[in-house]
Design a protein around this ligand. Structure first.
Ligand code: MTE
Length: 379
């Protein structure tokens, strides 16, 4: 396991990120990433990888609780069971022969930004880059559920992947409510950005739950069970839950006061320039970043170059799809030398905006505090 110290993490996200990775673990098919664990791999994207609307597969973050399974795609079957009329056993060819949909959607780990909460809490100390935006393609989950004759009384659908528990880590099973399972954009993806899913991203089959945090996006799906209740296992009953009422920072929350996370917060950050970048007085510099709002669309992003004292609207990128982040840019011509704090703040179609400081919570989820990025203007 390769845990980075806070200093190494900051170095890795600062001006010379690639140099900071030298000698580090690099996964085949990936650019150098911030390595939180090397087995199973937990890899964070560098901010500058997130400057484009689509995140290429080689720069997409990786998160898994268990080592990824060995997969024989030709023999792969996904079984449906539980409250269905018909138990199905579908091959990848069966799934590819169904009507296919391409969805552009942002995948973010619920714990993205955990490393910035104070006081700290246990868990992976993600900074910015446990997020990416991709084109996902495959059949609608709804079509598979209808083919299996899912009971109208069933309220949940459980998904299990082929990764197997190791040591004390429990099996990774997640449930989503039937209304989200039947949503027209919820798909079982066989492709990511136009190619078969890479191994680490769930080859040959993963669930895409647009607008929801990454915990529901089960990889290596081989079992779909239609149920009356959510799965009672650890990853539904205990993990990925958020306080119903705001917690006192550093305090505890009773398990019965936690509820299952659904959706995502509204959030934005700068992809460029990097923390500590040097720019010149009077010279225009492009501040570029991304904003997203889960199931809601981003309607504006405002930028401040004076630590939040004054704000101006950024220009939003032309790609505007439900569930996908929007890029933004802002041309800034610094007038004075010295240290400047840049901030960005997104608003979405549900009327939400980012708080100065996100609500602290024991598991460290949904950190959408307004970003403060320091740059130095040289005279
Ligand atoms: N699926 C399985 N089978 N096992 C896992 O550990 N991790 C989940 C989800 N799907 C996980 C999984 C979590 S917590 C996240 S954030 C996303 O996968 C990460 O997806 P990625 O590795 O493709 O970026």
């Amino acid at each position: 396991m390769a845990h980075l110290t806070r200093r190494q993490l900051l170095a890795a996200t600062a001006a010379a990120p690639l140099a900071a990775q030298q000698g580090e673990f690099v996964l085949r098919g990936k650019k150098p990433m911030i390595v939180h664990n090397d087995f199973p791999e937990d890899l964070e994207s560098l901010p500058e990888y997130l400057a484009s609307w689509i995140t290429p597969n080689d720069s997409f973050f990786v998160r898994q609780h268990l080592p990824r399974p060995r997969v024989d795609a030709a023999a792969w079957r996904v079984e449906t069971g539980g409250m269905v009329n018909q138990k199905l056993s579908l091959s990848i060819a069966d799934l590819r022969s169904m009507s296919q949909l391409t969805v552009a959607a942002t995948l973010e780990c619920a714990g993205n930004g955990r490393g910035n909460f104070r006081p700290r809490m246990p868990g992976l100390q993600w900074t910015k880059g446990a997020i990416g935006n991709a084109h996902w393609r495959g059949p609608r989950l709804r079509d598979v559920l209808l083919k299996a004759g899912a009971s109208p009384q069933a309220a949940y659908v459980d998904f299990d992947g082929a990764d197997v528990p190791v040591g004390k880590v429990p099996e990774f099973i997640r449930s989503i409510p039937m209304r989200k399972a039947m949503h027209e954009s919820t798909i079982l993806a066989v492709e990511m950005n136009g190619v078969p899913l890479p191994d680490v991203h769930g080859f040959p089959l993963r669930l895409i739950v647009p607008g929801w945090d990454g915990a529901s996006w089960v990889k290596w799906v081989n079992s779909i069970q239609v149920q009356a209740q959510p799965n009672p296992g650890f990853y539904m009953a205990t993990a990925y839950k958020y306080p119903r009422v705001a917690a006192v920072p550093g305090g505890a929350v009773k398990p019965e006061d936690m509820e299952v996370l659904e959706g995502m917060a509204v959030k934005s950050f700068f992809a460029k320039p990097g923390e500590g970048a040097k720019v010149r007085v009077g010279q225009s510099v492009t501040l570029a970043g991304i904003g997203w709002g889960g199931e809601n669309r981003v309607t504006r992003v405002d930028v401040s170059a004076d630590g939040g004292a004054s704000w101006r609207a950024a220009v939003l990128g032309r790609e505007d799809f439900p569930f996908a982040w929007r890029t933004f840019s802002f041309e800034w011509k610094p007038a004075r030398p010295g240290y400047h704090v840049l901030c960005c703040r997104a608003a979405d179609s549900a009327g939400r905006t980012q708080p100065i400081d996100a609500a602290w919570n024991p598991p460290g989820y949904l950190n959408n505090s307004i970003e403060r990025l320091g740059v130095v203007v040289e005279g």
